[in-house]
Ligand binder design. Structure first.
Ligand code: ARG
Length: 466
C-alpha cells in the first residue's frame, strides 16, 4: 500500500515527500486568511445544501455537513478552533476539521467545487460586509459634518485659492464641501458593490464541473445579485477588488485633505481651531505642544491604501487565465485597506465630533483683516455700469495704495472712495463687510447664507434617505 507523506498534505497521493517546512511556511495563507473563516463556513454551507438539493449527496449527508460547519463556527467564536500552519489555508483547515467532526462524509463537501471558486466566493462575501460597514461609517461622518455645519452657518472663515486668502466663506459651506465628497464616496461604494456581489461559486477550478450543480441556488442562498457567466472569468476576476481599492483610495484622498486643513487650522499661524485633549497628544520634550496626531496619521495612512491599489493592479496585469497562486496576494492588500479606511473614518469622525473646536473670534478677526472683499468692490462698480475689467484694474490700484498706507478697504473715507470713482456711495461700506460679502454670493451652490441653508436641507434629506 502506498504510504502518504510524513506531514499529511491535503492534496492527492501524487506527492511522495512532504513539503519542505520553509516552503510550507512560504506557501501558506493561514496566517492571514482566517479573516475569511466565517464567510468560508457560510459559503460551504450553501454549497452543501445545494449538493443535497440536487441529489449529488443525500439529504442526511447535506444536513450533517451543514451542522458540522456550524459547530466549527461556534468553536471558532469561542476560541477553540485555531488551525496550525499545516492546514495551509482556511479552506483546508475547515475541510479537515469537518472530517474530524463528522467522519467520512466530511470528505464529500468538496464535491463539484474547487478552492478557486471557493476563495473567490469568500472574499466577495467578506468585502460585501465591509462595504456595508464603510457606507455606514461614511453616513456617520456626514452626520457629524452636517451638525457642525448647522452650528456654523453664520461663522465666517477665509476661503483660499493657492492657499492665499481669496474670498470669505460661511464655515458651513466649507464643511458641506466634505459632506458632498463623502456622499460621492458612499455612492461610489454602492456602485462597487454591484460588481462585488456576483457569485463565482460553481465555476470549479476553471472550467465548471461534471456534477449537476445548481449555481443559481447557491447564489440565491448567499444573497448574490448575479452569477459569473464564464467560469474562467469567475475564478480569476479581481476587478472588483481593484475597484474597491480605488474607491477606498478616493475616500482616503478626501480624509487626507480634510486632515491637512485641520492640521493647518490648528497651527498658531492659522489658529482657527483648538484641539481638545481627547484626540491630540503632547510632546515628550516640549511641554507647550499639542499635536494633531489624528489628522496626521490619516494623511500618512493614505499612502498605504494607494499602495494597495497599485499592488493589486500590478498583481493582475500579467496573469494568464485562470487561477494563479499570485491571487493569494490579494488578501492582505484588501484586509489592510479595509482596516485602514475603517480606522481612519472612525478616528476622523471622532475628531470632528469632539476633538476640535472652532475659534469664532479668531475666524472673525481673520476675515476682517484682509483684502478678501476686493472682488466685491469691483462687483460694486460693475453693478453700477463700470465694465468689470476696468473696475478690476481700479481696485487693484486701491489695494496697492492701501497696502502701502497700512490700511484696509473698510478704512477708506467716502471722499477717498469718490476720488477713486464717482460711482461710490455710502453703501460701499455695507457691500464690503464680510457678512455681506458672503451673503451676496447667492448663486446656486455658492456660499451665500440662503444657498447654504438650502444645501443643509438637501444634505439632511440625503442622510435620511440612506
Ligand atoms: N489560499 C489560496 C488563495 O488564497 C486558495 C486558493 C488556492 N487554490 C489553488 N489552486 N492553489 O488564493
Amino acid at each position: 500500500m502506498h504510504t502518504p507523506p510524513a506531514s499529511a498534505q491535503t492534496w492527492s497521493h501524487r506527492f511522495d515527500t512532504a513539503l519542505h517546512p520553509a516552503i510550507a511556511q512560504f506557501n501558506a495563507s493561514i496566517g492571514f486568511d482566517m479573516t475569511l473563516i466565517e464567510y468560508d463556513l457560510t459559503g460551504s454551507q450553501a454549497h452543501a445544501k445545494m449538493l443535497a438539493k440536487t441529489g449529488i449527496i443525500s439529504p442526511d449527508e447535506g444536513e450533517t455537513l451543514v451542522k458540522g460547519l456550524e459547530t466549527i463556527r461556534q468553536d471558532y467564536r469561542q476560541g477553540q478552533f485555531r488551525p496550525s500552519i499545516e492546514a495551509e489555508d482556511v479552506h483546508f483547515a475547515v475541510e479537515r476539521r469537518l472530517t474530524e467532526l463528522v467522519g467520512e462524509v466530511g470528505k464529500k463537501l468538496h464535491t463539484g467545487r474547487s478552492r478557486n471558486d471557493q476563495v473567490g466566493t469568500d472574499i466577495r462575501l467578506y468585502l460585501r460586509d465591509q462595504i456595508i460597514r464603510l457606507r455606514q461609517q461614511l453616513k456617520q461622518l456626514q452626520a457629524v459634518l452636517l451638525s457642525l455645519a448647522a452650528q456654523h452657518i453664520d461663522t465666517l472663515i477665509p476661503g483660499y485659492t493657492h492657499l492665499q486668502r481669496a474670498q470669505p466663506l460661511s464655515l458651513a459651506h466649507h464643511l458641506l464641501a466634505y459632506f458632498e465628497m463623502a456622499q460621492r464616496d458612499w455612492e461610489r461604494l454602492g456602485d462597487v458593490m454591484a460588481r462585488v456581489n456576483v457569485s463565482p461559486l460553481g465555476c470549479g477550478a476553471l472550467a465548471g464541473t461534471t456534477f449537476p450543480i445548481d449555481r443559481h441556488y447557491t447564489a440565491e442562498l448567499l444573497g448574490f445579485g448575479g452569477l459569473y457567466a464564464n467560469s474562467l472569468d469567475g475564478v480569476s476576476d479581481r476587478d472588483f477588488a481593484i475597484e474597491f481599492a480605488a474607491a477606498a483610495s478616493v475616500i482616503m484622498v478626501h480624509l487626507s485633505r480634510l486632515g491637512e486643513e485641520i492640521i493647518l487650522w490648528a497651527s498658531d499661524e492659522f489658529g482657527f481651531v483648538r484641539l481638545n485633549d481627547s484626540c491630540s497628544t503632547g510632546s515628550s520634550i516640549m511641554p507647550q505642544k499639542k499635536n494633531p496626531d489624528v489628522p496626521e496619521l490619516v494623511r500618512g495612512k493614505t499612502g498605504r491604501v494607494f499602495g494597495h491599489l497599485q499592488g493589486l493592479l500590478t498583481l493582475m496585469k500579467g496573469l494568464p487565465l485562470a487561477y494563479n497562486k499570485d491571487l493569494q496576494e490579494d488578501k492582505e492588500a484588501l484586509f489592510d485597506t479595509v482596516a485602514t479606511v475603517q480606522g481612519c473614518l472612525e478616528a476622523m469622525t471622532l475628531l470632528l465630533q469632539q476633538g476640535i473646536a472652532f475659534r469664532p473670534q479668531r475666524l472673525q478677526q481673520a476675515v476682517s483683516s484682509d483684502f478678501s472683499n476686493a472682488t466685491d468692490v469691483a462687483d460694486y462698480l460693475a453693478a453700477k455700469g463700470v465694465p468689470f475689467r476696468e473696475a478690476y484694474d481700479l481696485v487693484g490700484q486701491v489695494v496697492k495704495t492701501s497696502l502701502a498706507a497700512g490700511k484696509l478697504l473698510k478704512d477708506l473715507s467716502l471722499e477717498e472712495w469718490q476720488q477713486i470713482h464717482p460711482a461710490f456711495e455710502a453703501d460701499i461700506y455695507d457691500a464690503i463687510a464680510p457678512q455681506q460679502v458672503v451673503a451676496a454670493r447667492n448663486s446656486y451652490g455658492g456660499t451665500g447664507f440662503e444657498q447654504v441653508r438650502h444645501a443643509l436641507q438637501v444634505a439632511r434629506r440625503q442622510l435620511e434617505q440612506a
